[in-house]
Design a protein around this ligand. Structure first.
Ligand code: GLV
Ligand code: MN
Ligand code: MN
Length: 415
């Protein structure tokens, strides 16, 4: 039964995966024609299930099922439909497809609850296009920072311009917010993206907390020169300065505690010619830890070291922070509801932290927020080899359907 549900989920995931901007791989970015097509597909699925479908000003697709009670609060279920480059098909989309099928199952079984349910497909969780990310959940929770509208993509298009070209009005972003008093909570289904559930032979897990993260961009400016004529001692090479900074960041993370990790995933140097000493190096940092103070201290000590490296090499350094998300503990009542639903399926309940960022950590600012993790093969993610089985996705959908009447304020009328 639940394997069939998983197969149904996979058929939808494959449909979404076919929408890509790069042939031969999955690559779907915020506010692109592919995002538009993915939104239309998700909207069509929602409409077919009788949900009331709309889009907000930051291009989240939203489908509401009304419980029919006056003054009902809203329980939000969702995840994101944007991807990294050469992505798998599960990271994000599973959290849109699973609630659709779970709600369908629960309604078939006569779901009677006191809250409306809203399923949301956010468009900007990976941060693959603009410097800041989480536009959908930030707008939904009234935390959208208008300064991020000035952030540029690689082609120099600002988020503001991209939204307008997509037919959205940045002036309407505030209207996307859900009022705190009407918010019952948020639940996100996601692949684990790590090896724990597989190692322990479990298909599902309950997330206890989501790590905090800092993202930023460093620009090193040196002096361009002739690769053959400038002796090494006279150089102000922006690339070599960046390389030294990269080692410094890695050293700091390796010797760190509290699950500190640091990544430089995006680098460019200029002018980018074989016989010219680079005068410009730009690179991203992504620093995470399960303890906010550890992360903040690591970033600040790294920046101090990076400035010293730049000064010693006669370069200058500029740092722009693009994203900060604090560690968030998932809601204990929602966690208990998920745990009960997992136990109903006959499994031991495993709680585990999330090292990945999720819209759930942004949603926590508005009220209860929680996540259900699904085992993924070898813990591989952000990679086309990402895989979750039909059985495991089916377990997740069945658990979510069982959790709906159990979570938070959502009570079955017959309780
Ligand atoms: C999202 O996948 C992130 O954690 O970077
Ligand atoms: Mn994700
Ligand atoms: Mn991801």
């Amino acid at each position: 039964m639940s394997k069939a549900l998983g197969a149904e989920a996979d058929a939808l995931l494959l449909e979404l995966a076919a929408i890509t901007s790069r042939p031969g791989m999955i690559a779907r970015f915020y506010l692109t024609p592919e995002h538009r097509r993915a939104m239309d597909l998700v909207g069509a699925w929602m409409r077919a299930d009788g949900l009331e479908v709309s889009e907000d000003a930051v291009a989240s697709v939203r489908g509401i099922w009304r419980c029919g009670k006056p003054d009902a609060k809203r329980l939000v279920l969702g995840s994101h439909i944007d991807t990294v480059v050469n992505a798998g098909r599960f990271d994000g989309p599973l959290g849109v497809v699973a609630p659709l099928l779970a709600l369908r199952e629960a309604r078939r079984a006569g779901l009677r609850i006191n809250h409306d349910i809203e399923i949301i497909a956010f468009g900007d969780e990976e941060g693959s296009r603009f410097p800041a990310t989480f536009a959908g959940s930030l707008a939904l929770t009234g935390q959208f920072n208008p300064a991020s509208l000035d952030g540029l993509d690689e082609d120099g298009i600002s988020l503001r311009e991209a939204l307008i070209a997509f037919g959205k009005s940045p002036d309407d972003i505030a209207k996307a917010a859900i009022a705190r008093e009407t918010f019952a909570g948020y639940l996100e289904v996601h692949i684990e993206q790590g090896p724990v559930l597989e190692a322990e032979g479990l298909s599902l897990g309950v997330v206890e907390a989501i790590v905090g993260q800092t993202r930023g961009v460093l620009t090193v400016t040196g002096v361009a020169g002739h690769a053959g004529t400038v002796p090494m001692a006279y150089r102000h090479d922006a690339f070599q300065a960046m390389a030294e900074m990269a080692f410094a960041l890695e050293r700091r993370a390796r010797s760190g505690r509290d699950g500190l990790v640091a990544t430089i995933g995006k680098v460019s140097i200029g002018p980018g010619l074989v016989n010219v000493i680079p005068d410009r190096a730009v690179f991203s940092i992504d620093v995470r830890s399960s303890v906010d103070a550890t992360r903040v201290e690591a970033v600040s000590m790294f920046l101090e070291e990076a400035h010293a490296i730049a000064a010693r090499r006669g370069c200058t350094l500029e740092y722009v922070e693009s994203q900060v998300a604090k560690r968030v503990a998932c809601d204990p009542v929602f966690r208990a509801g998920l745990a009960e639903a997992i136990a109903l399926g006959g499994q031991r309940v495993r709680e585990l932290p999330s090292g990945a960022g999720h819209d759930a950590q942004v949603m926590a600012a508005l009220g209860p927020s929680a996540m259900l993790f699904v085992r993924c093969k070898a813990g591989v993610s952000h990679n086309p080899a990402e895989f979750a089985s039909h059985e495991d996705m089916g377990d997740a959908i069945a658990a979510l359907a069982a959790a709906l009447p159990r979570i938070g304020n959502v009570r079955n009328d017959t309780d």
